[in-house]
Design a protein around this ligand. Structure first.
Ligand SMILES: NC(=O)c1ccc[n+]([C@@H]2O[C@H](COP(=O)([O-])OP(=O)(O)OC[C@H]3O[C@@H](n4cnc5c(N)ncnc54)[C@H](OP(=O)(O)O)[C@@H]3O)[C@@H](O)[C@H]2O)c1
Length: 252
């Protein structure tokens, strides 16, 4: 049985807690958070603390805090020579304080507290300084996912950059679509089948093969009409940039 303490009570900690609890090979023995509020959403059966000095002894400690807090928080941990990992896509393993053994346990997925995920399909990117810690992280990852992969901090930075494009930026495109529709009192639901098919297509086509639209076809009049509709919109520049990027990619 692997024992772990979750350090943080946000989106990732919440989902990791649920996934570990569903496994018979891992126990979350405690959840720490700096404030009480976020801890309230965890069941009363799990031990919770807001005090660093009350953190329990475990096989490993998982920091699931905002990226900018990881380094200083790891420095403030009141123990040493334990395996301490973080869950960030963009923060290097070296950011963890030298007083503990360092590692990474990065689940490559978007997590929101109120949206369920199937962990078995989520790539878990792991890294550690010591072989025995790699073995433990591999074992831990395999308790919840079939896709556990060793990835270096440099590779993870590139992976995270790609993830920002395909997830964060795509989602912001949904926001723009929603804003534009609401100006004509149209429902965002109209776009949902299109969004789903755009994601589904990527199972069988490359992104390049799947690209459609006026920029790819170079339909100049349609592009001009769109720019006219966007003449007072903050998104006009973004439309022009993306149209140019698609044209450049597909004329090369
Ligand atoms: N969400 C995702 O889709 C996702 C996916 C993969 C990896 N990650 C990574 O996982 C980590 C956690 O992300 P998240 O989405 O779970 O974040 P989140 O939901 O915003 O939760 C942030 C956590 O950090 C704590 N926190 C904020 N500022 C702090 C500070 N200065 N000192 C100590 N604790 C602080 C918060 O405590 P309070 O409750 O007291 O504010 C909360 O527990 C990040 O490194 C992120 O890059 C996120």
């Amino acid at each position: 049985m692997i024992t772990t303490v979750l350090l943080g009570a946000g989106n990732v900690a919440t989902h990791l807690y649920k996934a570990f609890e569903a496994s018979s090979q891992v126990t979350v023995i405690q959840v720490y958070n700096r404030s009480e509020k976020a801890l309230e959403s965890f069941p009363s059966s799990i031990e919770k603390t807001t005090s660093l000095t009350h953190i329990k002894e475990a096989d490993l400690y998982i920091i699931a805090l905002v990226d900018d807090a990881i380094s200083s928080f790891s420095e403030s941990l009141p123990f040493s020579n334990k395996l301490v990992v973080h869950t960030s896509g963009s923060v290097a393993m070296e950011a963890i304080s030298d007083k503990n053994r360092k590692g990474i346990f990065y689940p490559l997925q978007t997590f929101s507290k109120n949206s369920d995920v199937d962990f078995s399909e989520i790539p878990i990117c792991i890294e550690a300084e010591k072989i025995e810690d790699m073995v433990l992280l591999t074992k831990l990852g395999r308790t919840i996912s079939t896709k556990v992969q060793e990835i270096s901090s440099k590779e993870r930075a590139q992976l995270h950059l790609s993830a920002v494009f395909v997830n964060n930026f795509s989602n912001f495109m949904y926001q723009i679509g929603s804003d534009l529709l609401s100006k004509k009192s149209l429902s965002f639901d109209l776009l949902k089948p299109l969004i789903k098919e755009t994601a589904n297509k990527i199972e069988t086509l490359t992104p390049s093969e799947a690209q459609t639209g006026p920029a790819k076809r170079n339909d100049v009049k349609t592009i001009e009409n769109h720019l006219h509709l966007l003449k007072d919109s903050p998104y006009k520049g973004l439309y022009e940039e993306l149209t140019k990027a698609i044209r450049d990619k597909h004329t090369n």
